[in-house]
Design a protein around this ligand. Structure first.
Ligand code: CA
Length: 331
């Protein structure tokens, strides 16, 4: 996703995003256009794109920019967390317990989705848990209003204006009512936190009622998340990776996602599981990563780890998704 801000984004990612944003100075001419006139332009663009008058009226009437959204968009990230601190924060015992309960509670629906899309249930539940605490914390911001605020602001107007039009398209297709279209301050929507563009590309109607409801319909939420992963390259015949122990003198040149080799190669290089046992005997392509640099915890990661990075490009995030999925699996 071009811009994903989960509930807890590693600070270094925020710092990076902030650094990038700094390269794009705000456009004072655009930002200076008064909001009501600017909104008229959006209405015209929506009409030209074939959005119905009814949706334009329902979604684009009687609102102002949200000051808090601008404040959040401009806020400085906190100090950087280590991976261990991040994992502690994201994967609490309570989150593991709740995840196991949700996995049991939704087993039939999850197995149907696993069958259809080829994504193991524990990964769907893990992503769901990390994104929105299993659908509990989905962000209370009205998506159209938030996106309009960010599009008018001038910092990343083009990106957010496209997402705003995409959001109107979703309303026009009747998947959700305007007043129920809620999400994060940056427009990530519902239990799966899809940006509108991702919704249009990848959300699916899991229960067959004609609507793609990632806000309240559990079958739609699970199927949409699984479809996103599948279309990004997920494989259900392998896991995500695991903690690894590196031998003394292991070459730094072999560390990083750019080096992809079969497990047998890594075994030959002396890489082992964290507990010292041999790596699995399967010809899986893998990379060795050390998210916090030399001397810190290493992981050996597979294709599914890379796929998780297409959901959210933070290695901390992808490591957390795999780690929580494993915790849900263990009994
Ligand atoms: Ca549905």
């Amino acid at each position: 996703m071009a811009l994903r801000r989960g509930l807890i984004v590693p600070a270094f990612v925020m710092a990076f995003a902030g650094g990038l944003a700094g390269l794009w100075p705000s456009d004072p001419a655009r930002a200076a256009e008064p909001f009501p006139q600017w909104l008229d332009g959006v209405r015209e663009e929506a009409r030209a794109a074939g959005i119905s008058e009814e949706v334009i009226r329902a979604a684009l009437t009687d609102f102002e920019p949200i000051a808090r959204v601008i404040e959040l968009d401009r806020s400085q990230p906190e100090g950087r967390l280590t991976l261990a601190q991040y994992l502690d924060r994201v994967i609490s015992d309570a989150r593991i317990r709740t995840g196991r309960a949700r996995l049991a509670e939704h087993r039939a629906a999850l197995e149907a989705v696993a069958e259809e899309y080829g994504v193991q249930p524990r990964f769907i539940v893990s992503l769901w848990g990390i994104e929105t605490s299993y659908g509990r914390i989905t962000g209370g911001y009205p998506v159209v209003q938030s996106l309009a605020t960010l599009a008018h602001d001038g910092r990343r107007s083009d990106f957010f204006r496209k997402e705003l039009l995409n959001a109107l398209r979703i309303l026009d297709e009747g998947h959700i009512e305007a007043d129920k279209m809620l999400g994060s301050w940056a427009g990530a929507m519902g239990q799966s936190q899809f940006m509108p563009s991702s919704f249009l590309r990848l959300a699916v109607d899991g229960d067959g009622d004609g609507r793609k409801d990632i806000w309240t319909n559990q079958a739609d939420v699970f199927a949409s998340m699984a479809n996103y992963l599948k279309r990004s390259g997920w494989r259900d015949d392998i896991t995500w990776g695991r903690k690894a122990a590196l031998p003394d003198g292991f070459s730094r040149d072999l560390i990083g996602l750019k080096v992809k080799r079969p497990l047998s190669f890594w075994q030959g290089q002396g890489v082992r599981r964290q507990d010292g046992r041999d790596l699995p005997v399967r010809e899986i392509e893998a990379s060795v990563i050390q998210p916090d640099g030399p001397g810190t915890q290493a992981y050996i990661v597979y294709e599914n780890f890379r796929t998780t990075l297409k959901w959210n490009r933070s290695t901390y995030f992808a490591t957390a998704v795999g780690t929580l999925a494993d915790a849900l699996w263990e009994r």
